[in-house]
Design a protein around this ligand. Structure first.
Ligand SMILES: [Zn+2]
Ligand SMILES: [Zn+2]
Length: 585
C-alpha cells in the first residue's frame, strides 16, 4: 500500500460519509487525513516502524485514525468503508465523479428522482426533471448534461503522469534489485511525458528471463498476475495500474524500447520510413523487406542506431507523437528542448496567508534549497474568499514582510535568492480585476487568473481574459484554460484570440506545472510559441513539497517543443530583472 492508496481510501470514506449525511466535522477530519497522508514523503509503513516519530505525530491523525491506518497497512482493507459500500448503490461513485456534483447533491438526486446511474441521470436531465429538484435549476441541469459527457469521455482509469511516475520509480527500483536483470527501462506514455498514463511498459535485458519474471510477480505491490510467460508478464500493481514487462535480447534493445515507447503514430511513420530504405522494423530490430537480399540489416542495440539507420537524429520521447518530428530529425533541426536544470525562478506560489500550507519564510527556504535564483509570492486576491484571499491591506502587509525578508537575505552576502512581491489576482465575473490599479501597479509580478464564472459563454470568458492581457500591470495569465485533468473540462475560451492578444501586448502565458492542470497543454503551448508568445512554467505550489512539480511543467513544455529561449523563468536573475523593466506596449 502506497501513501496515495491509503489516502484514496480515506477520500472515498469521506465521500460516502458525506453522502450519508454524516456530520461535517467527521467528514472534514477524514479529508484532512487523506491530504496529510498524501503529502508525506516517508511511507506510512516507515513512519509506523520508525523510532523517531509515530503515526499520531502526523497532523490531524489521532489514535482512532492511526488505528485505521494500521488496519489498512496490515490487511489492505478499511472495514468501515466496506460497511458503507454495502449500503450505497454501486453507481454512486460514477455520479460523484461528475464535476460540480458533490455527495450532498448526488444524495438529493438519488432520493428525489431515484437516480442510480449515469444513464438514469442523463435521461432525467434530457427529460428536464432535474431542474425541478430543490437547489437545481435549468443551468445546473445543462451543466450536468455536459459534464456527464466529460466523465464518459475521460478514461478515468488513466493516472496522472506524476502518480504513474511514482509507480514507475517503485517498480524499477524493485526490478533493479534482481541479479538476473542487466538493464531495465520504462517505456510507453510515461516515457513520452503524457499528461495521463494508462498501462506501464517495461523493457529488460536479462541473463535469465525466467528469474526476472519470477522476481516481477513476487513484487510486494503486485495485486494480481494477469499474464505470465517466459519473456512477457503482466501484473496489476499500485493504483490498479497494469504493468507489462518484456525481456528482449540485448542486440534488439533499442528497437524494443523505441517500439514500446510509441506513440503508435510515431511508430507507423518510422516503420514506413524504414520500408523506404528496404527494411522492415519491429520490436526485434531490422529485417530486409526482401528476404533474398544479402545486405546485413542495421544494428538496433540503441535507439540512436535505429534512428541513424534511417538518416534521422535521435528523437526525444516527448516529441514522438507523429507530428513533424521525423521531418525535423531528417534535417537535424529538432529543437534543443528545455530541461529542468534550465529553470532559474518560480513565479507562482501560495503561502499560509491564503490557502497555502507553508509560511512565506518556509516557501523561500524551500525555493532556495532547490537552487532557485528568484521566486514570486502570488497569493490569492480577495474574491477567492474560500482561500481567505488578500485585500489591499493584507496584501500590502505581506509585501512589507517580503521587503524585510529581502533585506535580511541581502545582508547574508551576495543575494542568494530574490523574492518578488506578487499576487494572483482574479479576473472578476463582471470583468475587471479584483484589486485596484494603484495596488497592482506596485507589484513586481502580477498573475491574472480566472477562478469564478467558469460556465459563462465563450465570448464573455474570452473578453475577461483579453481584458486582463491588455492590463498594463498583468505579466502572465495563470492556468489559461482552467481545465483539471480527469476532473473538470476547460472553460469555453477562444484560445487563439488569447494567444494573438498575448503576442501583441507581450503578456506571458503560463504552463501551470501542477500535475492535474498542465495548462497550457502541449498543443496550445506550441501554438503560442509559433505566435511568438513567451511562456512561464510555474508550480503554483501550495506547500514546499509542491515546488517539486516543476518537472511536470517542464515535460509539458518539452512536449510542446519549447526551448529555454521560449521560457521566461529560464532567464538568470539579471536578465529576468531587465525583462521586468520592459514591456512592448
Ligand atoms: Zn489559480
Ligand atoms: Zn495559484
Amino acid at each position: 500500500m502506497t501513501n496515495a492508496d491509503v489516502a484514496a481510501l480515506f477520500d472515498r470514506l469521506a465521500d460516502l460519509l458525506e453522502y450519508e449525511g454524516e456530520n461535517a466535522f467527521r467528514v472534514r477530519a477524514y479529508r484532512a487525513a487523506a491530504r496529510t497522508i498524501a503529502d508525506q514523503i516517508e511511507s506510512l509503513e516507515a513512519i509506523r516502524a520508525g523510532a523517531t516519530r509515530s503515526l499520531t505525530d502526523l497532523e490531524g491523525i489521532g489514535r482512532d485514525l492511526a488505528a485505521k491506518i494500521e488496519t489498512i497497512l496490515d490487511t489492505g482493507r478499511l472495514p468501515l468503508l466496506e460497511e458503507l459500500l454495502g449500503r450505497v448503490p454501486a453507481d454512486v461513485f460514477d455520479l460523484l465523479r461528475i464535476p460540480g456534483l458533490g455527495p450532498k447533491k448526488v444524495r438529493q438526486l438519488v432520493d428525489v428522482l431515484g437516480i442510480d446511474s449515469l444513464d438514469a441521470l442523463e435521461e432525467a436531465c434530457r427529460g428536464e426533471r432535474v431542474r425541478g429538484v430543490k437547489g437545481f435549476g435549468e443551468k445546473t441541469e445543462a451543466s450536468i448534461l455536459k459534464n456527464i459527457a466529460f466523465v464518459r469521455g475521460t478514461a478515468a482509469q488513466r493516472q496522472l503522469w506524476d502518480d504513474a511516475d511514482q509507480v514507475v520509480a517503485d517498480v524499477l527500483a524493485w526490478m533493479r534489485g534482481c541479479p538476473a536483470v542487466e538493464r531495465i527501462e520504462a517505456a510507453g506514455s510515461w516515457r513520452r511525458g503524457c499528461e495521463t498514463v494508462g498501462d506501464i511498459d517495461l523493457v529488460a535485458v536479462a541473463t535469465d528471463a525466467a528469474a526476472v519474471m519470477e522476481h516481477f510477480r513476487r513484487w510486494d505491490h503486485t495485486t494480481d498476475v494477469i499474464a505470465s510467460g517466459g519473456t512477457k508478464s503482466s501484473i496489476r500493481g499500485p493504483r490498479g495500474m497494469q504493468i507489462d514487462l518484456r525481456v528482449v535480447v540485448s542486440a534488439a534493445f533499442g528497437a524494443a524500447w523505441l517500439y514500446f515507447t510509441g506513440s503508435k503514430e510515431h511508430n507507423i511513420r518510422v516503420r514506413s520510413r524504414a520500408r523506404e530504405h528496404g527494411w522492415s522494423l519491429n520490436e526485434y530490430g531490422y529485417q530486409p523487406v526482401d528476404p533474398s537480399a544479402a545486405a546485413q540489416p542495421p544494428t538496433a542495440e540503441t535507439e540512436a542506431e535505429v534512428y541513424h539507420a534511417l538518416g534521422l537524429t535521435w528523437i526525444p520521447p516527448e516529441l514522438r507523437e507523429g507530428r513533424d518530428e521525423l521531418a525535423l530529425a531528417a534535417e537535424a533541426r529538432l529543437p534543443r528542448l528545455i530541461e529542468e536544470c534550465d529553470i532559474r525562478g518560480d513565479l507562482h506560489m501560495h503561502t499560509t496567508d491564503t490557502d497555502g500550507e507553508d509560511t512565506l519564510t518556509d516557501m523561500v527556504r524551500g525555493a532556495r534549497e532547490r537552487g532557485l535564483e528568484y521566486i514570486a509570492i502570488t497569493d490569492h486576491s480577495q474574491r477567492v474568499s474560500m482561500a481567505r484571499g488578500l485585500d489591499e491591506t493584507r496584501l500590502l502587509r505581506q509585501w512589507d514582510r517580503i521587503d524585510q525578508l529581502n533585506e535580511t537575505l541581502a545582508a547574508e552576502g551576495p543575494a542568494p535568492i530574490v523574492v518578488l512581491k506578487g499576487i494572483e489576482v482574479d479576473m472578476l465575473e463582471r470583468g475587471g480585476l479584483d484589486l485596484p490599479d494603484h495596488v497592482l501597479a506596485r507589484a513586481d509580478w502580477v498573475v491574472a487568473s480566472l477562478h469564478y464564472g467558469q460556465s459563462q459563454p465563450r465570448e464573455r470568458i474570452t473578453e475577461r481574459i483579453l481584458e486582463a492581457i491588455r492590463h498594463p500591470a498583468v505579466r502572465v495569465i495563470g492556468h489559461p484554460t482552467g481545465r483539471l485533468i480527469n476532473r473538470r473540462p476547460a472553460y469555453d475560451v477562444d484560445i487563439e484570440a488569447v494567444i494573438a492578444a498575448a503576442a501583441l501586448s507581450g503578456t506571458f502565458l503560463e504552463i501551470n506545472a501542477h500535475p492535474s492542470r498542465l495548462d497550457l497543454d502541449d498543443h496550445h503551448a506550441a501554438a503560442a510559441r509559433r505566435a511568438g508568445v513567451r511562456m512561464v512554467i510555474s508550480t503554483d505550489a501550495h506547500s514546499v513539497r509542491g515546488l517539486g512539480v516543476m518537472r511536470c511543467g517542464v515535460l509539458q513544455a518539452r512536449r510542446a517543443g519549447l526551448t529555454s529561449i521560449d521560457v521566461v523563468n529560464a532567464l538568470g536573475w539579471n536578465d529576468f530583472r531587465n525583462l521586468l523593466g520592459q514591456r512592448s506596449t
